[in-house]
Structures are given as C-alpha cells and as structure tokens.
Design a protein around this ligand. Structure first.
Ligand code: HEC
Length: 154
C-alpha cells in the first residue's frame, strides 16, 4: 500500500537533490550575506577628514593661489588640474614645497620654466594638508598625505 508520506521517502534522484540544492543555496546566501557588506568596505579608500581638507584649502588660497590661481595655472605658474605630478607623485609635491623648484619641466605636455619658491616655513601638518587638498581638488586623487611623510623629506 502507498501511504501519502511515502513520496517523501522515495530514494530517487530528484527527491534527494532538491533538499541538497536548497541547502547549497542557503549556504551561498549565508556567505554572500556574511561577506558582501565587509568586503567592498575594506577595498574602498578611506574618506579624507574634512578638517584636513579645509586646513589644506586655507593654505592653498593663502599661498599657492598667488601663483597657481584657481588650479588652471597663470603666466607665472603651471596648471595643477590634471597634472600627472598632482595625480601620482605626492612625494615630488612635498619636495617642491619644501625645497622649491625651477628649470624646464613638462606639465601636461607643455614645457614650463619658472621658479617656485620654497614654502618651508610651513609646518609638516600644513604641508601634508595642502598636498592632500590639492590632490583631492585638482587631481581627483583621494589619498591622505601624513605629516610623517613630510618630516621624512625635510
Ligand atoms: C612663487 C610662485 C609659486 C608659489 C607660491 C607656488 N608655486 Fe607651485 N610652481 C610654481 C612654478 C613656477 C612651478 C614650475 C617650476 C618649474 O618650471 O620648474 C611650480 C610647480 C608646481 C608643481 C609641479 C608642476 C605642476 O603643475 O603639477 C606643483 C604640484 C606645485 N607647483 C604645487 C604648489 C603648491 C601646492 C603650492 C603651495 C604650497 C605652490 N605650488 C606654490 C610657482 C609657485
């Protein structure tokens, strides 16, 4: 005789596969749920602290803007917007601010030859903040430059 619950006991493949698949999905869902919120967070860059950006902006407007204007450059200084140095070389920026720079250089395909005076009366914190700000504002590069990196180049 075939009882109604006999069909749950049938040892055929489909009857057995369904619960196993269900368990696999549950497991996958669990791992996705457990991993996905933390994985992208770990890979994403840290947001830059607002107080560092505003400190850097203050220094830029007071000092750098006299030559570089609003970032597009001026007759006396090259553009910072989209400059490869601003995008990729915080170390070179720190060096230019600490020691000044002159002599011909290629900025975005244009040869410039001017004199940037050293701004080495600024503190390590101020230089770190202005480099962080300029890279964020003009280079679309969000990366914190630390006072320790500046101190190492003095
Ligand atoms: C006295 C004018 C002057 C001031 C002030 C000045 N710069 Fe410059 N800067 C220049 C000149 C001129 C050059 C190009 C030097 C050369 O021809 O070798 C330059 C080059 C640069 C470069 C590399 C080239 C580029 O366009 O990417 C960066 C970055 C830079 N300056 C950032 C700054 C920052 C940040 C400040 C403020 C802390 C600052 N400068 C202050 C005149 C100035």
């Amino acid at each position: 005789m075939r009882l109604p619950w006999d069909r749950w006991k049938r040892p055929d493949a489909s009857g057995g596969a369904f619960p196993a698949q269900g368990a696999a999905w549950l497991l996958a869902a669990f791992f996705l749920g457990a991993c996905s919120p933390s994985a992208p967070k770990a890979a994403a860059p840290q947001p830059l602290p607002g107080e560092v950006l505003s400190q850097g902006q203050g220094i830029y407007e007071q000092l750098c803007a006299t030559c570089h204007f609003d970032g597009h450059g001026s007759p006396t200084a090259p553009a910072l917007i989209d400059s490869a140095i601003v995008k990729n070389s915080p170390d070179e920026m720190i060096g230019s601010i600490l020691h000044g720079r002159n002599g011909p250089m290629n900025v975005n395909g244009q040869i410039v030859n001017g004199i940037m005076t050293a701004q080495n009366t600024l503190s390590d914190e101020d230089i770190a903040a202005v480099v962080t700000y300029v890279r964020h504002e003009f280079g679309k590069a969000d990366q914190l430059t630390t006072p320790a990196e500046v101190a190492a180049r003095r």
